[in-house]
Write a protein that binds this ligand. Structure first.
Ligand code: ADP
Length: 199
């Protein structure tokens, strides 16, 4: 199963990625987490990315693509598949991913778009800032990240809709409610005949 999880910051991508990963046995690859590790370890890549992450800006495509290409080519099994969380985030990143997959595993199966309203997202982010002390979760950067999402990442919806891959899932409510909605959508990938036989 080759999946992308799309959605604004605070949509619950990390929580749902962990659940999908456990349930379907696919590794979840989160670029946010990879950057966090690189920054904590003080690597050259981490030092290049840190300033952008702290400001709530996107890390430049070139740095992101270097990191993702390495992760995909060194440790992804095409049979098992993968789940990408937080990548791609720009149209050029999506196009680069299409090329990478075209040359290796073959195209994506599905893009799950977690849809959550801006007010709910801001409330979730400020709650998380208090409980987890994330390095990029101040009110100001949260607002900045939402703006960046609307400008840079939301256009991916049409990119994937054109490819017939986009499935929008209501991301409001409890994690269990959201998981149940996602599982319904994924059933079509696990059992393609169900999808094919629907009118
Ligand atoms: P969230 O899911 O809350 O948006 P992430 O943990 O996915 O947060 O990402 C945190 C930060 O890492 C982003 O604000 C950005 O600076 C950087 N980042 C992660 N993935 C990407 C990407 N694909 N392209 C550019 N920057 C990225």
């Amino acid at each position: 199963m080759r999946l992308v999880l799309l959605g604004p910051p605070g949509a619950g991508k990390g929580t749902q990625a962990a659940r999908i990963s456990a349930r379907h046995g696919v590794p979840a690859i989160s670029t946010g987490q990879l950057f966090d590790q690189q920054i904590s370890a003080g690597t050259a890549l981490g030092r290049r990315a840190e300033h952008y992450v702290r400001a709530g800006e996107l890390v430049p495509d070139e740095i992101v693509l270097d990191m993702v290409a390495e992760r995909l080519t060194t440790s992804v099994d095409c049979e098992v598949g993968f789940l990408l969380d937080g990548f791609p985030r720009t149209v050029p990143q999506a196009e680069a991913l299409d090329r990478m997959l075209g040359a290796s595993c073959g195209p994506l199966d599905l893009v799950v778009d977690l849809v959550v309203g801006e007010d709910e997202v801001l409330e979730r982010i400020s709650r998380r800032a208090v409980s987890e002390g994330r390095r990029d979760d101040t009110e100001q950067t949260a607002r900045r990240r939402l703006k960046v999402f609307a400008a840079e990442t939301a256009p991916l919806r049409s990119h994937y809709a054109e490819q017939g891959l986009l499935r929008s899932v209501d991301g409001s409510g409890s994690p269990d409610e959201v998981s149940a909605r996602i599982e319904e959508v994924l059933a079509a990938v696990a059992h393609p005949e169900v999808r094919a036989s629907r009118p």
